[in-house]
Design a binder for this molecule. Structure first.
Ligand code: PGA
Length: 261
């Protein structure tokens, strides 16, 4: 695991989008794992810019989202399918048939979960997985005590997550309390992982996930087991990290980051 600290949230999102851009240029038929949430909206705006201004070509890309609320049809503006279409897919030249999310309206949860795992496998596995982190420490909707080897399944959401996300729902109580999510094992199968967290509200959980012990109480801590994970944070989200100086040094001195300066 490596941690990269950028001065502002915008610069952290910029770095994230440039890593994605580079991966697409290197492998035009990239299998990209995608995340939703407020943090990612900036990243998607930047990818749209790269498409419009630098002709970044998504036509051969395939995407798999981490999760979807159970019980929301695709046309519901709070479904993650709706979010993805609005924030990214409708603004780039991706073939919508190559964009996958779990079907939140599926009645057989086990069958839907198995199907999602099979689709990921049939597409050759995820090359680059983008992640946010919730205040509960979740990646995807892997709430505390999710097995570190879990696969795609339905999961009940914690009160912390419900409090974090119900602001998007009208009325707030209408927020679904369950979701399909890739498992932690599914996420760890990705060849490369980039987690983006910005803002002081994430400082506490980032310190625990990155520098604390690996524990199923904090799903994101499982990323410490992955050989190619980059955590990108702004100064605010990095506030509680003990080895900040070292992480700054890494960005300044490691040759792999030269092209991003
Ligand atoms: P956020 O959500 O970007 O809206 O903070 C992240 C998450 O819950 O995974």
């Amino acid at each position: 695991m490596e941690v990269i600290i950028r001065p502002t949230a915008d610069e952290a999102a910029e770095l994230t989008s440039r890593i994605i851009k580079k991966s697409i240029l290197e492998k035009p038929n990239l299998v990209l794992g995608l995340a939703t949430g407020g943090t990612m909206e900036v990243v998607y705006d930047k990818l749209v810019c790269a498409h419009k201004e630098d002709n970044l070509d998504f036509s051969l890309c395939r995407t798999f989202n981490l999760d979807e609320y159970i019980g929301l049809p695709v046309e519901d503006k709070n479904s993650y399918r709706y979010y993805m279409n609005k924030n990214l897919f409708s603004r780039i030249n991706i073939d919508i048939r190559n964009t996958y999310l779990p079907n939140g309206m599926a009645e057989n949860y086990t069958a839907e979960s198995k199907k999602y795992e099979r689709l990921i496998r049939e597409n050759g596995g995820i090359d680059l997985q983008l992640l946010g982190i919730g205040r509960s420490g979740h990646i995807g909707f892997n709430e505390p005590l999710s097995a570190l080897q879990s696969r795609t399944r339905e999961k009940a959401l914690t009160p912390v997550t419900i409090e974090q996300n119900e602001i998007y729902f009208e009325p707030p109580e209408s927020m679904p309390k369950r979701a399909f999510t890739m498992g932690i094992g599914t996420i760890l199968d990705a060849r490369k992982i980039v987690l983006l967290a910005t803002g002081e509200g994430k400082a506490g959980i980032i310190a625990k996930a990155v520098e604390g012990p690996v524990t199923s109480m904090i799903s994101a801590s499982a990323l410490q087991l992955h050989p190619k994970t980059t955590i990108i944070v702004d100064e605010s989200a990095a506030k509680n990290l003990e080895e900040k100086e070292y992480y700054h040094w890494l960005f300044e001195n490691e040759p792999e980051w030269d092209e991003y300066k």
